[in-house]
Design a protein around this ligand. Structure first.
Ligand code: HXC
Length: 258
């Protein structure tokens, strides 16, 4: 099956998905999200496939939700579409295991997408961050919740409040990623790891995944809904408009604090 914004190929029992919008550092626009939903559903439904790898390119896994697209929406659009709700729940509903192989930027929605994976393998070039605050908003697809559960309150607050990036060494130390490998070996290592998982008893793999997620996610749903509602409130502010316009116009934002 051909997609507009991602490349999908099967190597044995492993599905490799590559986000392919290099001109926008793989920013996640609606088309990428639609393509990912379909690709994950197809992977989950294909009895020959037992593990998947999601990756980007050497510069970016994904530099966030598409700011240009979001800058055109107002608060009612975000609320009425229940922005991001449908796709995050469908990606995380994938029952079979999948790995995020991250090189370069994984920022905002890109970091949130990577954190939806069962685990993250990072290249030594990987940079993680939740820089939404700089746009006058906040994480809206699980970042504040998944990051906090993964790295703890102090580091999650530091990341969300300063919007700074975390490099691969810090990400491994903080348990955000399971392993760091040299960038040139990332894809090989991810495919080898996926092949090893794909060789496991498939139901056991699915149930192991479900069990670990149970520990991780209990109580999460309420926080995700609350996070989404808060995000949908924040996009009503003047600073959201200013932050996104400033990005598009390549100038520093001027904040009103409201
Ligand atoms: C749209 C993006 C983008 C994004 C980069 N681009 N990130 N377009 N949305 N998130 C585009 C740029 O506009 C530019 O296109 C091209 O990709 C290359 O980017 P540059 O900025 O020229 O590259 P560089 O100087 O190397 O800087 C890399 C960067 C920077 C530090 C990653 O691009 C950046 O700060 N990006 C935004 C990161 C971010 O704020 N992410 C969070 C988004 S909010 P043109 O055509 O202009 O040259 C989010 C919310 C999620 O994710 C929750 C919602 C519910």
């Amino acid at each position: 099956m051909a997609y507009e914004t991602i490349l999908v190929e099967q190597r044995g029992a492993v599905t490799l998905m590559t986000i392919n919008r290099p001109q926008a550092l793989n920013a996640l626009n609606s088309q990428v999200l639609r393509d990912l939903i379909e690709a994950f559903a197809a992977y989950d439904a294909d009895p020959t496939q037992h593990c998947a790898v999601l990756t980007g390119n050497e510069k970016a896994f994904a530099a966030g939700a598409d700011i240009k697209e979001m800058s055109e929406k107002d608060a009612a659009d975000f609320f009425l579409e229940d922005f991001f709700s449908g796709w995050t729940s469908r990606v995380t509903a994938t029952r079979k295991p999948w790995i995020a192989a991250v090189a370069g930027f994984a920022l905002g929605g890109g970091c949130e997408l990577a954190m939806m994976a069962d685990f993250i393998l990072a290249a030594d070039t990987a940079k993680f961050g939740q820089p939404e605050i700089k746009l006058g908003v906040a994480p809206g697809m699980g970042g504040s919740q998944r990051l906090t559960r993964a790295v703890g309150k102090a580091k999650a607050m530091d990341m969300c409040l300063t919007g700074r990036m975390m490099d691969a060494v810090e990400a491994e130390r903080a348990s955000l990623v399971s392993r760091v490998v040299p960038a040139a070996e990332l894809l090989d290592e991810a495919m080898k790891t996926a092949a090893a998982i794909a060789a496991m008893p498939p139901m056991a793999a699915m149930i192991n995944k479900e069990m670990v997620n149970l520990a991780f996610e209990t109580g999460l749903n309420q926080s995700l809904l609350t996070e989404r509602r808060l995000f949908q409130i924040l996009v009503a502010t003047e600073d959201k408009k200013e932050g996104m316009a400033a990005f598009v116009e390549k100038r520093p934002g001027v904040w009103k604090g409201r």
